[in-house]
Design a protein around this ligand. Sequence first.
Ligand code: ADP
Length: 178
Amino acid sequence: MRETKQSGITIELKRGDIANQPEIAAVVNAANAELRIGGGVAGAIHRAAGPELTEETRSMAPIEPGEAVISGGHNLPNEYIIHCLGPVYGEDKPEDKLLANCYSNALDLAEDHQIERIAFPSISTGAFGYPMKDAARVAFQTVQEKMNGLEYVSLIRFVLWSEGDIAVHEDVMEEVFG
Ligand code: ADP
């Protein structure tokens, strides 16, 4: 499945670029501790948002693995950017707990800001080396655990880079929600 509705919340998979999600109030950045431009998701987001983003996030850095902070969207089509630092696989432990904290803290920030539509990339699965299937399981299980407590969030989109990444997430979605 590519979409499921659970307790009134739509969870969907979409192939694309996290920096090009116009209909979403908050996009999540797979950030680095310094909240600077980097490779992958952080590169795409900072390039599209512009240098004012780095200006804003400078005073919030550094952040710890599992932590999330929120900024404005600047030149992105989104009102907010939620920056999460995922664990480096094999280094920051326990990695599953730290990755779950990213999703949980991001959703808490979304609720605090009355955000209805949020989009996540697959945090930690690029430069940080987290196996995607395991990371998807953590992401969906965390969403499932928090679902009943969400008052404002009604759409959670997972934006994935390739068809292969979508296929992995489809399997895990079926396993967790099916
Ligand atoms: P991390 O450092 O947390 O591992 P990365 O940005 O290196 O984060 O990668 C996280 C995931 O996002 C990887 O699966 C990567 O393929 C994917 N990715 C890279 N660029 C984009 C983008 N512009 N939009 C969505 N996903 C992306």
